[in-house]
Write a new protein. Structure first.
Length: 47
């Protein structure tokens, strides 16, 4: 029981940190062009 008093707040804190990280990435344009990277792999550019 004592372990749960420690683990539950840690798990909630980690979930909250992940949510903050996701919203930070969303605000800074990390998900603007999800298909661009996939299409760049297929384009053959020879210099």
């Amino acid at each position: 029981m004592n372990g749960l008093l420690f683990l539950i707040p840690v798990a909630v804190g980690m979930g909250f940190a992940g949510l903050i990280g996701f919203f930070w990435a969303l605000r800074h344009g990390q998900f603007e062009d999800p298909e661009g990277a996939a299409n760049r792999i297929l384009i053959d550019e020879e210099d």
